[in-house]
Write a protein that binds this ligand. Structure first.
Ligand code: FEO
Length: 394
């Protein structure tokens, strides 16, 4: 990697992880990711904003050497998760005079997660500033993007917001700055869906807070830097709003084509009513794509056959994920088929503890769908359409 100047005396010194395929052993990374770390050389003091995943620490040290960094005064930790903080113990070994600057909650996390000793910290509070001489860092608490301790750092003179995960995207690219807004829209929405969607109500306050700052650039710690901050702020405002689209997401699994035939019928009927329909064949699905589709869909219909008297495990996984991500979905349906009965519908319904949704009458049929079963699906399609009209979802 390289040290890249983003403004006078401000450098990107992070690392691209081109080959990483999975985050948290859960989230697929089709475009890799980056760990963005930024060095700010003030006239008197030097600060490093966030670090990199420990697997990439040598790259960070090489990047610092390239711009002749021999001392660091402040190691700013906007977030305690190890992809940004994991290199702090190594940085403290190399720069023993440096102070880790963070809030009280983050300090507690870092002591627990990385065993950093108490004397290494300098705690900052809301709106507190640290002078680097000709440059000033100002700190704002932005909890729940996506941990309780998250904060952002604002570089006043240069009007840059260092936002860590907030406004970030899992994307490895040789373009440090956003070059294609469609591409970053998709990566950032996916990232929002995967880790921030459950906290959208709390995130509203954070967006309102940072919007009041005079920002010319948003430099997150994953993905590209925004020279047009309004773009990503407006995206977030849409995602955290209560607005939903006339859209039906269908996560489903089928073993012997009965559920598949029901799903196909449902798709056709909904398309004829003008709905956008997004089916996800679960055993073949990238769950990040599924999560992204949940950001603004009005309706989810889960499709599953019975396996050993319960729902198919793939449908259980998708339903668990849906409940965990707490999207703003308003309506949920369950469809599927069985051979000899069981408790599939109740088992799936009981999993929906975190979401406030209206449930449609399930369509649960025996064996291959027959004429009367398709009639039940027609009824479901009519019901979905009616609910959207009643709620003015267009
Ligand atoms: Fe990129 Fe929550 O760490």
């Amino acid at each position: 990697m390289a040290s890249i100047k983003i403004k006078d005396d401000i450098y990107f010194v992070g690392s691209m992880d081109w080959d990483r395929k999975l985050f948290d052993e859960l989230i697929p990374l089709p475009e890799g990711t980056s760990y963005n770390s930024y060095l700010i050389k003030g006239s008197e003091k030097i600060a490093l904003i966030d670090s990199v995943d420990p697997a990439k620490k040598e790259e960070l040290f090489n990047n610092l050497a390239k711009i002749n960094v021999t001392k660091i005064d402040y190691l700013i930790a906007n977030h305690a998760e190890q992809d940004h903080s994991g290199s702090l113990p190594y940085l403290l070994e190399k720069f023993p005079m440096a102070k880790v600057v963070t809030n009280t909650k983050c300090k507690d996390f870092l002591k627990d997660l990385l065993l950093i000793s108490d004397d290494k910290f300098q705690v900052v509070n809301e709106c507190e500033t640290i002078s680097l001489g000709n440059k000033t860092l100002e700190f704002y608490m932005t909890p729940w993007v996506h941990w309780p301790e998250t904060m952002v750092t604002y570089l006043k003179e240069d009007k840059i917001l260092f936002s860590c995960d907030f406004f970030g995207a899992h994307l490895a690219s040789s373009d440090i700055f956003v070059s294609n807004e469609c591409e970053i829209y998709s990566s950032a929405k996916r990232y929002f869906a995967e880790i921030m969607m459950p906290f959208r109500v709390q995130i509203r306050k954070n967006v309102e807070k940072v919007e009041k700052l005079n920002i010319e650039m948003i430099a997150p710690s994953h993905g590209q830097i925004h020279k047009n901050p309004k773009f990503i702020i407006e995206c977030y405002k849409d995602w955290i709003s209560d607005n939903v689209k006339k859209e039906v997401v269908i996560p489903f699994v089928s073993m012997h084509e009965s559920t598949q035939k029901m799903v196909d019928y449902l798709i056709d009927g909904l398309m004829e009513k003008g709905f956008t329909v997004k089916p996800f064949n679960l055993p073949k699905t990238d769950i990040g794509e599924l999560a992204m589709s949940l950001v603004d869909t009005s309706t989810v219909v889960i499709g599953s056959p019975m396996v050993l008297a319960g729902p198919h495990p793939a449908a259980v996984y998708a339903t668990y994920l849906f409940n965990l991500l707490r999207p703003k979905t308003k309506f949920v349906g369950i469809i599927g088929s069985f051979g000899w009965g069981g408790k599939m519908i109740d088992s799936l319904k009981e999993m929906l503890t975190n979401v406030k949704v209206e449930l449609f009458e399930p369509v649960f049929i025996k064996g291959h769908p027959k004429k009367e079963d398709f009639a039940l699906l027609d009824k479901l399609i009519e019901e979905i359409d009616k609910k959207h009209k009643e709620n003015n979802i267009v």
